[in-house]
Design a protein. Structure first.
Length: 328
């Protein structure tokens, strides 16, 4: 816009257009700087839309139609779609098409139906530019969602994977750091449960890997039914992690014990086989300034403590409940 400011003021003598170009050009430089500093706000996008729309419409209104300023109107629909989203972008595209069409009709020659022909051609091109951008953006979003699913979801069970867990932990850690600055000793209410299937190797050896995979899928589904789809992660062969937010130590222990009891009490019927499964669960509490690996190590330690007690156990420090582990 600063280039157009100099062009309009020095070469064309269009001072009013140049002033508008200068003002919004400096504003856009500010938006660019904020974006480089990762300090983008939602209102930045809408103010950018307003600045470009104002500049383009004012230039089109003031300048001669032969100068080609009408071409810039075709830039607006894709801009609205990209910055405001598909739905709001469509609303803006439709609303601003009326003044654009009116100005084009008024400024066009009346001979040989030039005005009508200009309006028809402009309207078709104007909305086609939005449709093309919408289709491209929708395809991009779909592809991005597919890639995210491949990157952060376990393909066998549908649970989230270790990468997703690491990302979640980083977010929790940032929030914990902010809370720690506001309070002297903030109590952590985030707990991690490591769930390990007891004697799972025997399931694979006795019934085959296909049956073992089905067991993993059904175990995942039962865990998700109990705590929610977004809280279950698979990080190894038969190891799962459950994140519990806003749970006290006692509440986290009760959740783990309920999971252990329900899995122990229900048989798995797979390919005409009745398979009894138990799980061992270790619990860890997130502490301030605790690294991701340290957090996992504490939970792993409690899991191994549960296994040393004979499996089919929930272990969290001094709290533990032991059931009867079922060897398949």
């Amino acid at each position: 816009m600063l280039f157009f400011c100099a062009f309009n003021v020095i070469l064309l003598g269009q001072k009013s257009i140049g002033i508008i170009d200068a003002f919004f050009g400096l504003l856009n430089l500010y938006f660019f700087y904020q974006a480089r500093q990762n300090r983008v706000k939602n209102w930045h996008s809408y103010l950018l839309i307003a600045s470009l729309t104002t500049t383009i419409f004012y230039t089109f209104y003031v300048a001669d139609l032969r100068a080609g300023s009408a071409y810039w109107l075709l830039f607006l629909p894709p801009l609205y779609c990209l910055l405001a989203g598909s739905k709001r972008g469509l609303v803006l595209t439709v609303l601003l098409s009326f003044p654009a069409i009116f100005l084009l009709y008024v400024k066009s020659d009346s001979d040989h139906h030039i005005a009508q022909r200009s309006v028809v051609n402009f309207t078709l091109t104007y909305f086609l530019s939005y449709i093309v951008c919408y289709l491209y953006e929708n395809q991009h979003i779909t592809r991005d969602q597919t890639l995210q699913k491949m990157a952060f979801q376990d393909p066998l069970t549908g649970a989230k994977n270790r990468h997703a867990l690491k990302m979640l932990f980083d977010n929790i850690h940032k929030k914990t750091a902010i809370t720690s600055q506001q309070e002297s000793t903030p109590p952590s209410k985030t707990h991690l449960l490591i769930v390990d299937i007891d004697y799972f190797k025997r399931v694979n050896d006795k019934f085959g890997h296909d049956v073992g995979d089905t067991v993993l899928i059904e175990i995942t589904q039962r865990l998700m039914d109990h705590v929610g789809d977004d809280q279950v992660y698979r990080i190894g062969g038969e190891e799962f992690l459950i994140i519990l937010k806003q749970h006290s130590s006692t509440q986290a222990f009760h959740v783990a014990e309920n999971i252990r009891q329900k899995i122990e009490a229900s048989a798995f019927y797979i390919q005409q086989h009745e398979i009894n499964i138990t799980v061992s669960i270790g619990i860890a509490q997130l502490k301030a300034d605790q690294s991701f690996q340290a957090f996992l190590q504490v939970a792993d330690h409690n899991l191994y403590s549960a296994k040393r007690k004979g499996r089919n156990v929930v272990h969290y420090g001094s709290m533990n409940i032991v059931g009867n582990a079922k060897a398949v």
